[in-house]
Design a binder for this molecule. Structure first.
Ligand SMILES: NC(=O)c1ccc[n+]([C@@H]2O[C@H](COP(=O)([O-])OP(=O)(O)OC[C@H]3O[C@@H](n4cnc5c(N)ncnc54)[C@H](O)[C@@H]3O)[C@@H](O)[C@H]2O)c1
Length: 297
């Protein structure tokens, strides 16, 4: 079994995608901490895993509660002595158009998705660094990557998780910690009433969970965004176009407007290895322009 001996925490695993992630990880040999706010739901999933012959602990806590999350991690360490995989999956919706959304609804969604993932990742981080092994999966969403009406809070929180992944993957690299994102589509309580009946049969949560081994297994990449639903798997990227260099003179603002098609032209676009790639290229381009100007007198 691909994950035998591995210890995993799955947040929000009392139902929906979290439950199917937990069941899959256990089926692949991992021992699993089944976290959820809903104690009974978490216990049921842990019991299901145990009944199928694997090890599991149910732990009821909000992912935003630092003390409880620390207790959960301590319990996993006490029982198994390591934490190899963390799937930050817990989440909520408070959909409204931005015009009607309260700041409280915005904060709450950011708190659960972003800060919940931060709290859980932070609690496991030092352990993973010391082990020189870790796999963290952030649950992003097409709403964050591309936007959806009525989901400004959710989209902002979900895209923030991509940003968190980008930096944690860089900081974790030399410690064997790999961090990736999953953008799922599945019929769950969260999507209840939102999906067409004919889509429901295809959008089984387990078809998303099938992508989890690729993101959290031994050979996982780092900094990948896997979009998964109905058995379809694709990768999303944050890209940078080749761009243009504009001279710093009085006509520069108009020149940027005129160059817009070229600025957006996707031929030759790249996925920067890290944020400073942008700066390095900008300075190199300006330097080349200056050298050209000097060469031409
Ligand atoms: N279902 C989809 O199509 C879809 C699409 C994009 C992203 N997602 C994301 O996938 C994840 C799982 O969603 P789902 O569709 O299974 O939803 P779901 O509502 O079925 O499950 C979410 C689970 O998280 C738990 N939870 C909520 N707040 C919590 C907290 N503070 N602490 C701990 N547990 C908490 C809930 O009790 C629930 O069991 C979420 O992050 C969601 O945003 C889902």
């Amino acid at each position: 079994m691909k994950l035998s001996g591995r210890i995993a925490i799955v947040t929000g695993a009392g139902g929906g995608l979290g439950r199917s992630h937990a069941l899959l990880l256990a089926r692949l040999g991992a021992s699993v901490v089944v976290n959820d706010m809903n104690e009974e739901a978490a216990r049921k999933v842990a019991d299901e895993i145990i009944a199928a012959g694997s090890e599991a602990i149910a732990f009821a806590a909000s992912v935003t509660d630092e003390a409880k999350v620390a207790e959960m991690v301590a319990q996993a360490m006490g029982r198994w002595g390591r934490i190899d995989i963390l799937v930050n999956n817990a989440g909520i919706l408070r959909d409204k158009s931005f015009a009607k959304m309260s700041i409280e609804d915005f904060r709450q969604v950011v708190d659960v998705h972003l800060m919940g993932a931060v709290v859980c990742s932070k609690a496991a981080w030092e352990i993973m660094r010391e082990q020189r092994y870790g796999r963290i999966v952030m649950t992003t969403s097409s709403s964050g990557l591309y936007g959806n009406f009525g989901q400004s809070n959710y989209g902002a929180a979900k895209m923030a998780l991509v940003g968190l992944m980008q930096t944690l993957s860089i900081e974790g690299e030399k410690y064997g910690i790999r961090v990736n994102c999953l953008a799922p589509t599945a019929a769950t309580a969260m999507t209840d009433g939102l999906l067409a009946p004919e889509a429901l049969a295809e959008l089984l949560p387990e078809r998303v969970s099938n992508g989890l081994l690729a993101l959290a297994g031994e050979e996982a990449p780092t900094r990948a965004i896997l979009c998964a639903g109905a058995g379809h798997f694709a990768a999303a990227n944050v890209t940078l176009t080749e761009g243009v260099q504009i001279a710093n003179d009085d006509s520069a603002p108009e020149a940027v407007v005129a160059a817009w098609p070229q600025i957006r032209d996707r031929a030759g676009e790249m996925v920067p290895a890290y944020g400073f790639t942008q700066l390095e290229r900008e300075v190199a381009s300006a330097t080349a322009q200056n050298a050209g100007r000097t060469a031409h007198g």
